[in-house]
Design a binder for this molecule. Structure first.
Ligand code: PMP
Length: 405
């Protein structure tokens, strides 16, 4: 492309792309590779947010690129989901079933995390015959009306009321509050570690107590592993850290290896609810797109072969220590927390947080915000980012904070 083309893409972005914020980051992307994003002005950024938790094996991994090229040459979309046998889709389902907790032998592919949550909510109502949902304050599950209804961030809910009912929001991490889950509840939706709420890791007894309470009252437990799945928190799936076995696991982001893909995983007996009374009670045209499934399969192969979940666990501990060390004498940073390579940094002040993110970008580091808080940033680098780069990033952040912000 010529520089004029890039210029016109910037103009088109400003004029014609519908925006989600008044100050979009606006990096004009040339290409991305491994942990790097390259802009057309020649700037190279270390991507510490992985496109918000997508590029767990880094960007445009060679094995994904090759697999996608082969699938591109074979076929694209041929039929709505669930009718034809498409090799990449069927084999990916089998491979996911093999690595998910036992009993998760059936995968319903969709296009995104939000759509996975929608499917899970519908499945819970249909399978239990109950209508109620319980979710948690600070939780984020997507922006469609159903997913937003179980979202726990008030400012995003308020403009769109009335939402789906009945939904009860409980404090995240509070075992005593779980008694409110009763026999009217079809399902409880939970992020094992809350991402948008500012990377909140629950007390170790919370998720086991939640599982127990759900079993006791016959409510289904839906684990939203959209952000936490595929090694991010140091286990392939975060629920495995607490030996919790939910009824439905929702996946997306890293599931597609850089391509759009979501899924709900459950037992085949539970997912059968979509095939009867009436048949086709939940369908999707593009869900489980063969190219996305090919990319996802290649990505999962890399995660397993290179032991990236284990690596995230080990490297995450060291990176968090490095950050705590770097910020030790700085009163502007209140806390560094997280699990694996899902890390939150909480600041004292919103203006400093914003300037910190901008200044880091000027120094070639991409870090991200969280929806619920303007004082908390999130780091979720590719799980195979070399440790020296993470060390360097910690040093750069320290340098940025040492200057006037
Ligand atoms: N659940 C969680 C925990 C998420 O972090 C997100 C996206 N940030 C979603 C659901 C929605 O996923 P998607 O954007 O793929 O629809």
């Amino acid at each position: 492309m010529t520089s004029r083309d890039f210029e016109s893409s910037r103009v088109a972005f400003d004029r014609h792309l519908a925006h989600t914020s008044s100050e979009p980051i606006g990096i004009v992307v040339d290409r991305a590779s491994g942990p790097w994003v390259f802009a057309t002005d020649g700037t190279r950024y270390l991507d510490l947010i992985s496109g918000i938790g997508v590029a767990n094996i880094g960007h445009t991994h060679a094995e994904v690129v090759d697999t996608v090229a082969r699938q591109n040459a074979r076929h694209h979309h041929v039929m709505v989901y669930g009718e034809y046998v498409q090799e990449e889709q069927a084999l990916y389902a089998a491979e996911l079933a093999a690595v998910l907790p036992s009993g998760f032998d059936s995968i319903f592919f969709v296009n995104s995390g939000t759509e996975g949550i929608e499917g899970a909510l519908k499945l819970a109502r249909k399978a239990t015959g109950r209508s109620g949902f319980v979710a948690f304050e600070g939780g984020y599950h997507g922006d469609t009306l159903g997913a937003l209804s179980v979202g726990g961030i008030e400012k995003y809910r308020a403009p769109f009321e009335p939402l789906l009912q009945p939904v009860a929001l409980l404090p995240f991490g509070d075992v005593n509050a779980l008694d409110a889950i009763n026999e009217s509840v079809a399902a409880v939706v939970v992020e094992p570690v809350q991402g948008e709420a500012g990377v909140r890791v629950p007390r170790s007894d919370f998720l086991p107590a939640l599982e127990k309470r759900c079993r006791h009252v016959g409510a289904l437990l839906i684990a939203d592993e959209v952000m936490t799945g595929f090694g991010r928190t140091g286990r392939l799936f975060a629920v495995q850290r607490w030996d919790v076995v939910p009824d439905i696991i929702v996946l997306a982001k890293a599931l597609g290896g850089g391509y759009p893909l979501g899924a709900l995983a459950a037992s085949s007996s539970l997912l059968r609810a979509f095939t009867e009374n009436p048949p086709l009670s939940h369908v999707t045209t593009f869900g489980g797109h063969p190219v996305s499934c090919a990319a996802g399969r290649a990505s999962l192969r890399v995660i397993l072969r290179d032991r990236l979940a284990e690596r995230a666990d080990e490297v995450g501990v060291r990176f968090r220590e490095r950050l705590v060390d770097a910020f030790r004498d700085l009163s502007t940073v209140r806390e560094v927390r997280g699990l694996g390579l899902l890390i939150g940094i909480e600041f004292e002040d919103a203006t400093i947080t914003r300037r910190f993110v901008e200044r880091c970008r000027e120094h070639g580091l991409l870090l991200g915000w969280t929806l619920a808080h303007d004082r908390i940033i999130r780091l979720c680098p590719p799980l195979n980012t070399p440790e020296e780069m993470l060390d360097e990033a910690a040093a750069t952040m320290k340098g940025v904070l040492a200057q006037e912000l």
